[in-house]
Design a protein around this ligand. Structure first.
Ligand code: FES
Length: 139
């Protein structure tokens, strides 16, 4: 049912934890399943994501997609991180079962929520970034 990559990221999640005094942090939730995902970003002065950590209170696919999402945004600029969609996360994981697609969406939304918080703190606008609708605002 799950690809080897999903199982790997579920069993050995990358970048799990938190960042103290993050440049941006975002928490999103899915009202239906009740799962919650939080992303922390450490962004340097050139707008490059130097470090990223996550905490996920949710299903195994949510853990795997958070883990993969952190790997995909690390080292990227904040603008490039916007291109890391749930589709990109799913592809990198060699797919997810249809009932688990929303878990990858949560990962995309968590990145966006953290980027939104970063932009707000910096007083800047990131082209193409919209306020995430499922941002539950807990830091
Ligand atoms: Fe909801 Fe996976 S079941 S995030």
């Amino acid at each position: 049912m799950y690809s080897e990559k999903v199982m790997d990221h579920f069993s050995n999640p990358r970048n799990m934890g938190e960042i103290e005094n993050p440049s941006g942090v975002g928490t999103v939730g899915n009202a239906k399943c009740g799962d919650i995902m939080r992303m922390y970003l450490d962004v340097d002065e050139n707008g490059v994501i130097r470090d990223v950590k996550f905490k996920t209170f949710g299903c195994g696919a949510a853990v795997a997609t958070s883990s993969m999402a952190t790997e995909l945004v690390k080292g990227k600029t904040v603008e490039e991180a916007l291109q890391v969609t749930n589709k990109a996360v799913m592809e990198a994981l060699d797919g997810l079962p249809p009932v688990k697609v929303h878990c990858s969406l949560l990962a995309e939304e968590a990145i966006h929520a953290a980027l939104w918080d970063y932009a707000k703190k910096q007083g800047i606008t990131i082209e193409g970034l919209q306020e995430p609708v499922n941002d539950i605002g807990e830091k």
